[in-house]
Design a protein around this ligand. Structure first.
Ligand SMILES: [Zn+2]
Length: 147
């Protein structure tokens, strides 16, 4: 893909997403039966998350799949996408059915438009709300665990 094609594709993706609080880029165009965004390129359907990932980070390594770390299936924000192995993707899917994001201990509070962290470290519970991005919430957990 040359630079002009890449830019055109970036604009198409941009036009089909609804950028929400929390940083999610919610796909508003066609999705497959599992709710995963689909974009047609040269009349061929492709996984939009994979395309968005490749535009931002380069080719997905062979055998890897692209998942949304935020746990929102319709999200195509390249910052929320990660290339992982199938088994990592399965583990993440299980984790995200427990919270609402792919990051353990982090849930999205739709009513407050922010992320909530609820974790237990050495038997002590920690709760903190008000994170605007999943990265911020994940960083907070990292800091708490390192203390
Ligand atoms: Zn997201």
């Amino acid at each position: 893909m040359n630079a002009i094609e890449a830019e055109r594709l970036r604009r198409r993706i941009d036009a089909k997403t609804d950028k929400q609080a929390g940083g999610h880029w919610i796909w508003t165009a066609h999705a497959d039966s599992s709710g995963h965004p689909v974009i047609s390129i040269g009349n061929k359907p492709r996984q939009a998350r994979r395309v968005a990932y490749e535009l931002a980070h380069g080719t997905v390594p062979a055998g890897m799949v692209v998942t949304a770390i935020c746990g929102v299936p319709a999200c195509v924000n390249p910052g929320h996408l990660e290339a992982v192995t199938r088994s990592q993707a399965d583990t993440r899917r299980k984790a995200s059915s427990l919270s609402t994001t792919g990051v353990r201990g982090v849930t999205w509070r739709k009513d407050r438009n922010c992320y909530l962290v609820a974790i237990r470290i050495n038997g002590r519970r920690h709760r903190k709300s008000g994170f605007h991005t999943i990265e911020e919430a994940a960083r907070y957990i990292q800091t708490m665990r390192n203390q």
